[in-house]
Design a protein around this ligand. Structure first.
Ligand SMILES: Cc1cc2nc3c(=O)[nH]c(=O)nc-3n(C[C@H](O)[C@H](O)[C@H](O)COP(=O)(O)OP(=O)(O)OC[C@H]3O[C@@H](n4cnc5c(N)ncnc54)[C@H](O)[C@@H]3O)c2cc1C
Length: 481
């Protein structure tokens, strides 16, 4: 019997476990993970791009409206969410929940990059639209080719200086090893009494007559089965969350389907390139492509080594996890989501066409796409790595590229679907789970919560002084000065 069962040891469960440990120290917590270690799926550093998404550079968060103005709503929302995450990380370091910040976090400029007259004009208008918001202050808009070459020499080499280029340069971005962070947070939970069952897969979720959930587990090494009774269950199983919510039979998941999109990155560890390119540079998404596949060239730090990563290229597999089963997609289609899933398939013909075009890509054509960023890129210097699976939510016949929290009316079960903005917004997402599922207790947690996230409940865009305070405190704790 446990108070809280967390299914999956990815960044979401790890964050929720650590938050609960602080807010309700006497609650018993049990984590169940089918793999033999934490962060083996999307939260692994090579299964995602490691961008601390704050809306600084991602052009798909700032679409152009038909009248030519720029809609900054989403960029501001993502930045506000990232500020919540950043404060919790600062609190976690200050209070010894996790170790040295350089184990998982590195400062790196976040840069938007475009070329061509029209795109440079769009970027200028985007820069102006964001400039008044304190969360986006201090970015540099650059069109001078000499300055471009000084900041991004590898991207300037071999490029025609006659083609206009534009950069929006935010020097205060971050590269995050979400895998290392997940392991540290799980470690904190274990040091404070949480039980973790690695190599155990949750196969069933049934309701007892007293309202508790009975989890049926299988030890994947021995085949032995066991049961856990839990008062509250969080399904943080990444792509597998949908199937587990369906198995629990809760009405809130009816009508929801899932569509898996995989990814492939090009990776390079050559020192002459990693030392010449020290930024995360995001370009414009290809028309018809999902926003999550907008190309970017990222400087990464993983386990003490420097890398460059480019992509993601969309890939396809019916699996809902990288280590999943080919039956995942067919098994997720039920009577209640069939019409919606078929409707999305018909509506998203442009996306299907894009995915098919991506599947035809071979190494050479992927490097060709990279040359938009690095004109001198050589095939042999770059190797392909398979990224994690994202399962996009289908609802009402529409594909949703965001994140959805599904929870029962009585708050005894919640699950997180979707993977964008993803790990960067794990803290606000998990606080939302707590607010919805522990409505009766949430108010009593506020004093502790405001120690962890001092700006909780405040829109920092409207409070520049408070933003300055929490930013400086966070930068000091996270050693990002
Ligand atoms: C290509 C790509 C690029 C991305 N880039 C970024 C980025 O730059 N920045 C960012 O913030 N986010 C990014 N994301 C999103 C981010 O990686 C995810 O949102 C995040 O890692 C999801 O964490 P999670 O804990 O929900 O799931 P996961 O990390 O996938 O963890 C789920 C865990 O549940 C376990 N599990 C599944 N089923 C069961 C079961 N039945 N029983 C027990 N255990 C089970 C799995 O083994 C796994 O360990 C990216 C994702 C992808 C795919």
């Amino acid at each position: 019997m446990t108070d809280v069962a967390l299914i999956g040891a990815g960044i979401m469960s790890a964050t929720l476990g650590a938050l609960l440990r602080r807010l309700q120290p006497d609650a018993s917590i049990t984590v169940v993970e089918r793999l033999d270690a934490a962060a083996g799926e999307s939260s692994d550093p090579w299964n995602n791009a490691g961008t601390g998404h704050a809306g600084l550079c991602e052009l798909f968060y700032t679409p152009e409206r038909p009248d030519g103005s720029i809609d900054i709503t989403k960029a501001v929302r993502v930045n506000e969410q990232f500020q919540v995450t950043r404060q919790f990380w600062a609190h976690a370091l200050e209070n010894g929940l996790i170790g040295h910040p350089r184990n998982f976090l590195h400062p790196v400029p976040h840069v938007s990059f475009v070329h061509g007259v029209g795109a440079v004009d769009y970027l200028r208008r985007r820069h102006r639209a964001l400039a008044d918001n304190p969360l986006f202050a201090g970015t540099d808009f650059i069109t001078d080719f000499g300055e471009f070459a000084a900041r991004l020499p590898a991207m300037a080499a071999g490029r025609d200086p006659a083609v206009p280029v534009g950069l929006d340069w935010a020097s205060h971005g971050t590269d995050v090893d979400f895998g290392a962070l997940t392991q540290q947070l799980i470690g904190y939970c274990v040091r404070h009494g949480a039980a973790v069952h690695f190599g155990h897969e949750v196969r069933s979720l049934d309701r007892e007559s007293d309202g508790r959930w009975r989890l049926g587990l299988v030890d994947l090494r021995t085949g032995e089965t066991r049961r856990i009774l839990a008062k509250f269950v969080f399904i943080g199983a990444g792509g597998a969350t949908l199937g587990l919510l369906q198995r629990a039979g809760i009405p809130e998941v009816r009508g929801i389907g899932g569509f898996p999109i995989g990814g492939v990155f090009l990776r390079c560890g050559a020192a002459e390139l990693t030392s010449a390119h020290r930024a995360k540079v995001y370009g414009l998404p290809v028309p018809g492509a999902p926003s999550t596949t907008a190309p970017h060239l990222d400087a990464r730090r993983v386990k003490g080594a420097s890398w460059l990563l480019f992509g993601p290229f969309a890939a396809w597999s019916p699996k809902f996890l990288k280590h999943g089963r080919a039956t995942d997609l067919p098994r997720s289609i039920r009577f209640d989501n069939l019409a919606s899933t078929l409707g999305a398939g018909l509506r998203e013909r442009e996306l299907v066409g894009y995915l098919l075009s991506q599947l035809r890509r071979i190494h050479g054509t992927r490097v060709q796409a990279l040359r938009e960023f690095l004109p001198d890129a050589e095939d042999a210097a770059w190797h392909e790595v398979r990224a994690g699976q994202r399962v996009q939510v289908i609802r009402g016949g529409q594909l949703d590229f965001g994140t959805t929290i599904v929870h029962t009316a009585d708050g005894s079960m919640a699950g997180l679907l979707g993977a964008s903005p993803g790990a960067s917004t794990a803290v606000p997402a998990m606080l939302e789970v707590l607010e919805r599922c522990f409505a009766g207790r949430f108010g009593t947690w506020l004093p502790t919560l405001t120690q962890m996230v001092p700006s909780w409940g405040v829109r920092l865009s409207d409070e520049p002084e408070l933003f300055k305070q929490v930013w400086e405190w966070g930068s000091q704790q996270l050693q990002l000065d």
